[in-house]
Design a protein around this ligand. Sequence first.
Ligand code: SAJ
Length: 417
Amino acid sequence: MKICVVGLGYIGLPTAAMFASKGNKVLGVDINEKIIKIINNGKIHIEEPGLASIVNKTVKQGYLKASLNPEKADVFIIAVPTPNKNDNFFSCDLTHVLAATRKIIPYLDRGNLVIIESTIAPRTTEDYIKPLLENAGFKIGKDLYLVHCPERVLPGKILWELENNNRIVGGITSICADKASKVYQTFVKGKIIKTEAKTAEMSKLMENTFRDINIALANELTKICYELEINVLDVIKMANMHPRVNIHQPGPGVGGHCIAIDPYFIYAKAPETTKMIKLARDINNNMPAFVVEHTERILNNKQAKIAIFGITYKGNVDDIRKSPALEIIKLLKEKSYSIGIYDPHVKNMDCLSFEEALRDAEILLILADHNEFKNMDYDKIKKLMKKVIIFDTKSIISKDNSNNIRILNYGNLYLTK
Ligand code: SAJ
């Protein structure tokens, strides 16, 4: 099989490498020339465990190649970003998906399969992609096959989940779904479930919405428990001992390019009916303000320096897209605090060394659960900071090894009232 993957980001590149590792000829296409060069040199431009070696190997073997332009192939996979639009509903911006579809049209032949992996609003494959391909002269389900096969892998575990997760294949017709199912069988060990495109679109969006709502519930519970002076972390631990309960973890907010975005795609399609989903978004969006409010209250000193550890949207990744830490930094800067940022996963001009970020700070905010922060050199921290308080919004530091440092988290925050 020859496969052309359009979009070489967090999903497109691992998918391309996975197909290449099974002996398929894969051409990866991207609009960024720098990325093309990096990949053709056998290197990668993102952090993801295991990805560097599989890309290096498949490029060297000649199975994976990158280019600015598509070529003829049997299968075309589109994995480009779908951000929120800047409208009142934060609807799904299809600009990149439609551009990628237009870009492959001149290379399509009868019998080809087109797969949309990008996360899209419900009905997009049927209402937007299908007409575009039909206008180019193809009859979908007869001489060209079209499916939505949502990616559902977790950043940080992408390669393992690509192989082992169940996969939903939503076809415009059942033949389309059959064709795509055979393609994914080359590496998917999980179940491949065939359905309609619109069902696949909605089920993908609901997976992330389910998570968003459950995180919002944990975040709301945090505020309630603070008010009522109860340890929220103990409450969650205990409630989750019930076999059918799974309250998620509270934190500084919800970031990343999936959970903070996808629920709006549903909201924008049915704004009058979408109540709970929108409320969960609002609750999670409000968490950075909650962190700032309590940081200020604990500090009680407008001149103090604040150290921030972790600016990625979650632990052990290098991705800062929609990270709540960025919002927290913005809010603190607006209030004119001096800030020292440290993140061992991010190469960014604003990031300082561990020592520089901490020096003379009066509080340390932990905003991402990187492994590096679970066990730190507390003697060093004590020496560097002016006042030694850690506000651990991800509840990752255990009291036992923190060397008598004052560790605040959502569970004991009420004790500072
Ligand atoms: N978070 C919490 N509390 C929790 C869990 C997560 O505050 O209990 C926060 C994280 O810190 C982060 C955000 O939520 O800011 C999202 O992180 P995540 O690890 O839950 O998810 P993503 O965005 O990295 O990946 C999700 C996954 N979806 C689900 O688990 C349902 C992944 O499987 C999807 O493929 C991905 O979205 C996607 O691309 O849609």
